[in-house]
Design a protein. Structure first.
Length: 316
């Protein structure tokens, strides 16, 4: 009967309100209706208006088409490497290679950096390598860090032919501990590009997570593109010549860490799409979290089916 249906709806509404009050009490739901970073109001609004890419809104319609699952146009700056790799993979599967190629600047302007270090010889007979210069560039190749660094031990061999370091560079050099703190602050949560980058990390006395490292000396994609054996040891100079058609590390004044870092980033960007695609395929599948998935409707978690029996009993 209509009266029975009204009572049933009333009980369900009472349960709804009690659970909502319980969520607000536990801090999971704000009084304004926020749940998991979304609002029930905004969720309803999404069903009544459609926002176009240019910011205009389409007229309200009764039938809302199901949203197609495509990668978000803007990943969070703190997005993890596997999220970024999967984003590339999704875009590639949709056939938008041009969109993928330009996605890096749109998605994560500060997510990638490239590093190169120059070392000098300390210790017995100068055989110990210590950091004397470090350069870091951003995704576009702009220098964001470039300083001369005073080693912890006295310098025995400046290795000027390769490092470009001379005695005069050490006059205004900063201590290693200070430089290390500055550099690690830049590298934190970044994906770091470099050539034989383990040598740079060793000089920094630092270990960067493997999944956040892109070593151009170990990239099969770059070696194949250059027509070189995958297992061959290839120098940055040869890769630059084969793939970028430019000469680096020329002359007798030593290497420039800025030039080497910029070259490493250029090489990475040259094969970025394929590199990240292969990385994405090597990652295990990860189902989306129902709470953090933007496509999820947070209001549904107030329904009976999403509540454990014991919690339902304690809340009623």
């Amino acid at each position: 009967s209509p009266q029975g249906r009204s009572k049933k709806r009333s009980r369900k509404h009472q349960r709804f309100m009690k659970r909502r009050a319980l969520l607000e009490q536990k801090g999971l739901l704000s009084p304004h209706g926020h749940l998991g970073g979304q609002t029930t109001e905004s969720g309803l609004e999404g069903h009544t208006t459609l926002t176009k890419a240019n910011g205009t809104t389409a007229p309200r319609c009764d039938k809302v088409p199901k949203p197609t699952r495509i990668a978000s146009a803007s990943l969070s700056p703190s997005a993890s490497p596997d999220s970024i790799a999967r984003h590339h993979s999704v875009l590639l599967s949709q056939g938008s290679s041009k969109r993928v190629r330009t996605s890096s600047l749109v998605l994560r302007p500060g997510k990638y950096v490239a590093i190169d270090c120059e070392m000098v010889g300390t210790g017995p007979q100068g055989r110990l390598s210590e950091l004397a210069r470090c350069s870091v560039v951003n995704y576009e190749g702009d220098v964001i860090y470039d300083k001369y660094i005073r080693p912890e031990l006295p310098i025995v061999d400046y290795r000027t032919r390769w490092s470009g370091i001379t005695k005069r560079h050490m006059k205004n050099a900063i201590p290693f501990a200070a430089a290390q703190a500055e550099i690690l602050k830049i590298l934190k949560d970044k994906i770091v590009v470099g050539h034989a980058i383990h040598n740079d990390f060793q000089a920094l006395k630092y270990f960067h997570p493997k999944e956040r490292t892109r070593d151009t000396s170990q990239s099969p994609v770059l070696k194949k593109r250059a027509g070189l054996p995958v297992k061959a040891n290839v120098s940055l100079k040869n890769l630059a010549m084969h793939l970028l058609h430019k000469k680096i590390q020329v002359g007798c004044r030593g290497h420039s860490s800025v030039e080497d870092a910029q070259t490493a980033m250029e090489l990475y960007r040259l094969v970025e799409v394929q590199w990240e695609k292969e990385l994405a395929h090597s990652l295990p599948p990860r189902p989306p979290s129902p709470v953090t998935d933007p496509a999820a409707d947070s209001s549904q978690y107030l329904d009976d089916q999403y509540w454990p029996t014991d919690l339902m009993t304690s809340s009623l």
